[in-house]
Write a protein that binds this ligand. Structure first.
Ligand SMILES: [Fe+2]
Ligand SMILES: [Fe+2]
Length: 462
């Protein structure tokens, strides 16, 4: 038995070290395995350190056994075997957990009307109707205007359903129905310089300390025809644990109240891509069947007449801001006419007030500021919308306005201990969403409470 002891502990050590290395080198990989950040970093450092300890233990055992020829190293054998059990079982269990084996299933989800990258031929973006079924089905979508209805049928049975609605007409009412079921109606935005959209971030479905009741209330207000929203932007951390299929299902079932009738774009947040969550985010929030014209499924550009959105992949800080994304962003900013509206949407923030939590400074993020703010200033970005900090704040720096509104149901952050010099208004401990109206040269930004009452309004002009 004793000769197996160093082998077992070496195996456990190697597994743990491999676990650490996989995390360390796949952080930005397309696979997205171990795409974790912030407070979770320490977990992998501990795993690597523990693995190293086990390897050293097995070497020590071997040395004692061969050099001293002693038979009294039972204590070392016992310790090594005991430590090897979690070392061997931990990584495969973590894989199984992150792969969804123990974290629920997506289930059936009602339709989402998703905004595609780029623009259709009439100056507004193409849309896609997406939904999920539990078992594979071959479904049909009937959609269009009363005088022109189209029926699309899928080629093969599947569980993830995607139907593209291309080249839509601006300011037009459309309806769609799945397998001749109840119709959903929506109105496309205008293709000029008038647009009314909502933005919410950090719903954190599945967190346990989130408020799905408040999220549902806000979704109800955004969906209301009388409130007249053209588009809805969700700025990330939709779910608390991106690897949990069950949490995505819960989120989409709730969001469909608004996102089935208001064209919606789900930007990516750090919680959405947690561990192996990246592939789930892409599959559910930007399925491969949706066209990509300028960017990718993680970052893209949405053109609505003279209003242009640049949806970025800034998940935590600047680590997900790859050189490919940076060159794409600058190319888009150069390409957009200089007097058109330019609005950036990203989960991670730039200027912000906040406090130190888990050893990280949740305020004025020097990594994102140095990587992106000079570009915003150079190309005259008008408005930057983000979440990640669970608060509401309005800031301005060098002619660029920044709104943080990570208050769509996730647990509010503790009150700030640091006030950004760029901060003009800050509210902590309240839930809400952002209402943005663009009319010609004026943009009005209103922070609203869950019941749609205005909390604070700001105005900027281009
Ligand atoms: Fe969050
Ligand atoms: Fe976040």
């Amino acid at each position: 038995m004793k000769r197996f002891v160093p082998a077992i502990s070496a195996l456990a050590g190697f597994l743990l070290i491999a676990f650490f290395i996989l995390w360390a080198f796949s952080l930005h990989g397309t696979l997205g395995l171990f795409r974790v950040n912030g407070q979770f970093h320490s977990l992998f450092l501990y795993a690597g350190g523990f693995g190293l300890l086990l390897l050293l233990g097995s070497i020590l055992y071997f040395a004692i056994k061969t050099k001293l020829q002693t038979s009294s190293i039972k204590w070392l054998a016992a310790i090594l075997l005991l430590l090897s059990v979690p070392g061997i079982l931990g990584p495969p269990l973590a894989f199984l957990y992150a792969d969804g084996t123990f974290s629920g299933s997506l289930g059936a989800t009602p339709p989402q009307l998703l905004i595609a990258d780029g623009s259709g031929k009439n100056g507004i973006p193409d849309l896609a109707v997406t939904f999920n079924s539990v078992s594979p089905e071959k479904d049909t979508l009937t959609w269009g205007t009363p005088d022109k209805m189209i029926t699309d049928t899928e080629n093969a049975a599947q569980t993830g359903h995607v139907f593209m609605l291309r080249d839509l007409e601006p300011s037009t009412s459309y309806s769609y129905s799945i397998n001749s079921g109840n119709p959903y109606t929506f109105t496309t935005p205008a293709a000029g310089d008038e647009l009314h959209f909502a933005m919410g971030s950090d719903a954190h479905f599945g967190a346990g300390d989130n408020r799905p009741d408040l999220t549902a209330k806000m979704l109800g207000e955004i969906a209301k025809k009388a409130n007249g929203f053209d588009l809805f932007l969700s700025a990330g951390d939709l779910v608390d644990r991106g690897f949990s299929a069950g949490q995505w299902g819960e989120a989409f079932r709730a969001f469909s109240a608004a996102s089935s009738v208001i064209p919606t774009r789900f930007a990516v947040g750090n919680h959405d891509t947690l561990f192996s969550g990246l592939s789930r985010y892409e599959r559910y929030a930007y399925p491969a069947e949706i066209v990509v014209q300028t960017g990718s499924r993680l970052w893209d550009r949405i053109d609505v007449g003279k209003v242009h959105f640049l949806v970025l992949d800034i998940e935590w800080s600047a680590e997900s801001y790859t050189s490919a994304q940076a060159s794409w962003l600058e190319a888009q900013l150069k390409d957009i006419p200089s007097d058109d509206w330019k609005i950036v949407v990203s989960h991670g923030f730039y200027y912000s007030s906040g406090s130190v939590v888990d050893g990280w400074e949740w305020y004025d993020n020097h990594e994102t500021i140095s990587a992106l703010s000079p570009l915003f200033e150079k190309y005259g970005v008008n408005l930057v919308l983000s979440g990640h900090n669970h608060q509401m704040e309005w800031l301005q720096h060098n002619g660029v306005s920044y709104a943080i509104c990570g208050a769509f149901g996730g647990l509010p952050d503790v009150a700030r201990t640091y006030t950004s010099p760029a901060s003009l208004w800050y509210l902590n401990g309240a839930d809400g969403f952002l209402d943005v109206t663009i009319k010609g040269d004026t943009c009005t930004v209103t922070f609203r409470d869950p019941g749609n009452a205005a909390i604070k309004t700001f105005s900027i002009s281009r």
